[in-house]
Structures are given as C-alpha cells and as structure tokens.
Design a protein around this ligand. Structure first.
Ligand code: A3P
Length: 296
C-alpha cells in the first residue's frame, strides 16, 4: 500500500444541489437502494465534526466487551463503514455494510439529510448526529484537505474559508447540513443531536445521553472504561482509531487526530476574517434556533 500511486485530487461538482466529488457519487444507485435494518445505527455528521470519536464510542459500547479482538485488528473505518464512500482501495461502503455480521450495524454517513437513503427512514433507524461549531469545523476541514489526497486541493486558508462560507465543500454547505438535520430532528424522535463542544466539555455526560437514547445501561465501570478509552490522547496513539493505516492520508502534512480542541479557530482566523465570518453567519443562520459554542 505504501508505494501505491495515488490518483490526482478530485474536482468538486454540483450533485442534486450539493458539492461533491466522484468518490461519493460513483456508487449512487447502490447507495440510494441500500437496505437498512431496523436495528442499524446511522452516525451522521458534516465532515470533521467528530465522526470518528462518536463511531469509536459506539463501537466500544456495543462490542468492547463481546468482541474485544475488533479493537486490535480492525481499523475503525472497517468496523463502521462509510456508506457513500467508494475509494477503490476498499470495497464500497454499501458492500462493507452489507457484509457486516454484527448486530447492530454501525454505519457512517456525511450525507445531508435530504440525500439519506429512504430505507433508514422506512426502518425507523436510530440516528446519532454530531455537529461542531462552524469556525473549528472549517479549520479542521482545512487541515484534513491538506493531508488527504482524496480531497480537492484546499488552496490557501483565506480562499478555503471563502469556499466554506460559499458552501463549496465536499458534502456541501455546513450551514445547510447542520440546520437541515436540526429541522429533521424536530419531527423525528429517533435522531439524537449531539454537539462536539459538549462532548469535549463533559464526555461522561454525553456518554450518558447516548446510552439513554440507545437504550443501553452499561455498568459504571464499563462506562468509565469507554470514557477513558476515547480520550483524545489515547485515541491519537491507537492505530486502529487514528487513521494511520489509511494510505491516502499524509500524516507528515497533518495528523488525522490533530488537536481535538474547542476554540483552535482563534489560531487561524485573523480579526478581519472572524468579523466577516460572523456577519455572514448571522445572515445564514437567522432563521434557525440552532446555537453553537465557539469556546468552552
Ligand atoms: P481537529 O482537526 O480539530 O483536531 P471526523 O472524525 O469527523 O473527521 O473529525 C475529526 C476531528 O475530531 C479532528 O479535529 C479530531 O482531532 C477530532 N477528534 C477525534 N477524536 C477526538 C477525541 N477523542 N476528542 C476530541 N476530538 C477528537
């Protein structure tokens, strides 16, 4: 894998009103026809909102005790297939999900709510959505696009930020994504809407919310084991959770588990960029009750 020749970086194009790259649309027919099962759990996020963190938490909650060998032998992206992904270095996400023998199946998606395959709604699956404040989300996405050859060229930070504000990112506009899922949650009781900032502030409390939503009642000792195992520094060292086995990512440019902080945006935004961003944010988010913390 190390000497594998990587294809050129993909280009963005409009797909049903959402910016995408071909890696997430090549397998579209199978994605839309994907057959969910009633006990499937869908982990939905805008990229870089804490997907891997919550995936790992759920994997430990469900399988940490019953299948401990998973923790040392299977990278997280194989335990929790990425539904719409078709990178050619692994079978497509739909195929990986079909092959999962676990129950429940944990499945990851970055799709905006309107593009989620209809069987997840028909089967009334539980969905865990994680949202992260726009400024930190943009910074994390920038570093990810720098190190990930399967993402479009990020350009410089100023241009990237403008593209983020214009919604010209893979999986589209952050603003549409977080508000689209938020609106859906108002009428759909099987969606738990979590915030990255709350998870950083008090992982144990959010773990309790997750367990209560999923109908799980782990012992205090088990909960503590999960909470300890998913701390940033521990996950960063865990080759089955930190993506170091993924050949399209160049950790010399930036690690996947980068900082894991709330408020790192202050190290990237100039005062002028922050003011312009805030002004634009107010307009884009004026019709929603959804509120984020940008510091804790
Ligand atoms: P940073 O780039 O800000 O460090 P995703 O999994 O959706 O791609 O999100 C990746 C982001 O979540 C990265 O943010 C990563 O460091 C952060 N993250 C992953 N595991 C974490 C943990 N255990 N605690 C805090 N942040 C975590």
């Amino acid at each position: 894998m190390e000497n594998m020749e990587l294809p050129p970086r993909p280009k963005l194009f409009d797909f049903h009103g959402v910016s995408m790259t071909h890696y997430f649309t090549d397998n579209w027919e199978n994605i839309q026809n994907f057959q969910a099962r009633p006990d499937d759990i869908l982990i939905a996020t805008y990229p870089k909102a804490g997907t891997t963190w919550v995936s790992y938490i759920l994997d430990l909650l469900y399988f940490g005790q019953t299948a401990p060998e998973r923790q040392t032998s299977l990278p997280i992206y194989e335990r929790v297939p990425f539904l719409e992904c078709d990178f050619h270095i692994l079978p497509p996400g739909t195929e990986l999900a079909d092959k999962l023998s676990t129950s429940p199946r944990l499945i990851k998606t970055h799709l905006p709510v309107q593009l989620v395959p209809k069987s997840f709604w028909e089967q009334n699956c539980r969905i865990v959505y994680v949202a992260r404040n726009a400024k930190d989300n943009a910074v994390s996405y920038f570093h990810f696009d720098r190190m990930n050859q399967a993402e479009p060229e990020p350009g410089d930070w100023n241009n990237f930020l403008q593209r983020f504000m214009d919604g010209k990112m893979v999986f589209g506009s952050w603003y549409d994504h977080v508000t689209g899922w938020w609106e859906k949650k108002q009428t759909h009781s099987k969606i738990l809407y979590l915030f990255y900032e709350d998870m950083v502030e008090d992982t144990g409390r959010e773990l309790d919310r997750l367990c209560s939503f999923l109908g799980l009642s782990p012992s205090a000792e088990e909960k503590e084991r999960v909470r300890g195992g998913v701390q940033f520094d521990i996950m960063k060292k865990n080759s089955m959770a930190n993506y170091s086995t993924n050949p399209v990512m160049d950790f010399k440019i930036s690690p996947f588990m980068r900082k894991g902080k709330v408020g790192d945006w202050k190290n990237h935004f100039t005062v002028a960029q922050s003011e312009q961003f805030d002004e634009d944010y107010k307009k884009k988010m004026e019709n929603t009750q959804l509120r984020f913390h940008t510091t804790i």
